[in-house]
Design a protein around this ligand. Structure first.
Ligand code: ADP
Length: 530
């Protein structure tokens, strides 16, 4: 019981208590608000912490990814440099041979021209193979590889491969074993060029990486599947090498493997091609003992009987009026090849080394066909084709019978697609380096030509020739023939053909003898003319 304090009334006491309670409530509220604020701040801070940690982790991941990307790019760069060094090494040796023999030929008489031609042919074929290989990789990578279904006489095909490698093996004193099984189908359907490429890759590696012993080519054919195996008693491969060698640019690491020239591309192309052809390839190998590569492919037997194969005869000339061809190319060597190829066949050939000169020349010589390079300094081949087409259509107004054919000749296979869709100015496309027969077929198709039959020309009696005007040429030919001056003879024959058009059949015949270096028959034929 609280006693009443004198002077302080109950009401005052109640008021003070209420004030105290109010103050405490306010205090409590402030306290609560402060606690809540601090909780909020704590949560916000924790949130920020998590966000920062996430950000740091993301940065670390980006850094790691960038590092990996840089390492990958550096490795790719290194591989590319290694690859370019390898490729230029591979290209250099055949180029040296071509360059050397070309210089000897230029000095005239210092080298047997037939031998020189053989070496140049072989070396340029090797160069073509390298370029083809590089194109293959680019085509495979771009997904543009097309396979053909050729009718391949399998036993003869394998026999010719065996012949090729028997010689290479013998040169290294290695034995070469090839025993064809009795049940080989006579013909199969497969892309012949690609099958040859696969087997050549494996066989040439076997010869390359074997120092002594035996190379064995074997094949088993069951149902529609063939398993080719190429075994050797060579340097072999260890387990680590076996995991890498089918990757591009990868080579064996042993000193013996490194001692051999190579680009590390052969097996990469082989495996990719095999897969594209629906097959697979495996290898077993023991270091120092040897290796065995096994290639499994589908080899379908054709349902229809194969037509008798036609052996192509060399073209020596054509029937009908003389045709004019204009070659436009900024590579003088390419122009020289075209001229020495086409002139002996009886074409009048003009040459221009760029687009503008080509157009001017076309106005003067009115060609029946233009062989046109695409990539040239100044006006490109496509631009020249458009201009020529415009000129030709003007000329056609004056003479409706005139027709100008344009064949694009380019080393860039990808340009073919560009030209084929949308560009109407050209009539056809030939890929450089061109196969002689392919180029001649394209020319014959454009000019509607029929090639002269060399066999008929050889057995038919020499056509009567109007010798009027030809006598001085024939005398000069006789003189050059005695001296064995082949280049002079070619030039003199061209003069004879130009000055005495009626002598063309004789010129064609003489050119054929000259091409075969049969100077004895050449002289006899000239003597028969007098
Ligand atoms: P290259 O022969 O140009 O180096 P390849 O891709 O054909 O390229 O081969 C890759 C590597 O595989 C070679 O460098 C070599 O070390 C190894 N190799 C290939 N074939 C054989 C083989 N028959 N015997 C031993 N090693 C081989």
């Amino acid at each position: 019981m609280i006693d009443a304090v004198p002077g302080i009334s109950d009401a005052m006491l109640h008021g003070a208590a209420a004030l105290l309670i109010g103050a405490m409530a306010l205090l409590l509220l402030g306290l609560l608000l402060a606690v809540r604020r601090s909780r909020n701040a704590e949560a916000a801070w924790a949130e920020e912490h998590v966000r920062l940690e996430t950000e740091i982790a993301a940065h670390a991941r980006t850094d790691a990814a960038l590092l990996t990307a840089r390492e990958v790019a550096e490795a790719a760069n290194l591989a590319k440099s290694r690859y370019l060094v390898g490729v230029s090494h591979e290209i250099r040796s055949p180029l040296n041979a071509i360059h050397g023999y070309a210089q000897l030929l230029e000095r005239d008489g210092q080298v047997d021209p037939v031998e020189a031609a053989r070496v140049i042919c072989r070396s340029s074929q090797h160069l073509i193979d390298i370029v083809d290989g590089l194109l293959d990789i680019s085509r495979i990578e771009a997904g543009k590889m097309k396979l053909s279904a050729d009718l391949v006489p399998l036993p003869a095909f394998l026999e010719s491969l065996a012949d090729m490698f028997r010689g290479q093996a013998a040169a290294k004193e290695l034995a070469f074993v090839w025993q064809p099984p009795a049940n080989l189908p006579a013909y199969v359907r497969i892309d012949e060029k690609r099958l040859r490429q696969l087997l050549i890759n494996l066989l040439s590696n076997a010869v390359k990486y074997t120092e002594a012993g035996t190379i064995t080519l074997a094949v088993r054919h069951t149902g529609m599947v063939a398993e080719f195996s190429v075994s050797d008693t060579g340097i072999g491969l260890d387990a680590e090498e076996l995991t890498r060698i089918f990757e591009p640019f990868e080579r064996g690491r042993s000193a013996k493997a490194r001692a051999q020239p190579g680009t590390g591309l052969g097996l990469a192309v082989t495996r990719t091609l095999t897969r594209i052809m629906g097959g697979d390839i495996n290898v077993i190998s023991t270091p120092g003992v040897g290796s065995r590569f096994m290639l499994r492919l589908m080899l379908m037997e054709p349902t229809e009987a194969p037509a008798a194969s036609v052996r192509r005869r060399p073209v020596i000339g054509y029937a009908g009026p003389r045709r004019t061809i204009l070659a436009i190319d900024d590579d003088p060597a390419q122009l020289a090849v075209l001229q020495s190829l086409l002139r002996p066949l009886g074409f009048t050939v003009f040459a221009a080394s760029d687009g503008a000169a080509g157009i001017e020349m076309a106005l003067r010589c009115a060609p029946d066909l233009v062989l046109l390079d695409i990539q040239m300094a100044g006006l490109s081949g496509w631009g020249v084709a458009d201009r020529l087409r415009a000129i030709a259509s003007d000329a056609r107004v004056a003479d409706p019978a005139r027709r100008l054919a344009i064949l694009m000749v380019s080393a860039n296979a990808h340009e073919y697609a560009a030209g084929a869709d949308g560009r109407a100015a050209h009539d056809g496309f030939v890929l450089k380096p061109f196969d002689l027969d392919v180029l001649l077929d394209a020319i014959a198709a454009q000019l509607d030509l029929r090639w002269a039959d060399p066999v008929a020309a050889a057995v038919a009696p020499a056509p009567p020739i109007d010798l009027a005007g030809a006598a001085p040429h024939l005398a000069e030919l006789r003189r050059l023939g005695q001296a064995g001056h082949v280049r002079g003879l070619e030039m003199q024959l061209q003069k004879l053909a130009d000055d005495v058009p009626a002598s063309l059949p004789l010129v064609v015949e003489l050119r054929d003898q000259l091409r075969r270096y049969d100077l004895k028959s050449f002289r006899e034929r000239l003597d028969a003319c007098s």
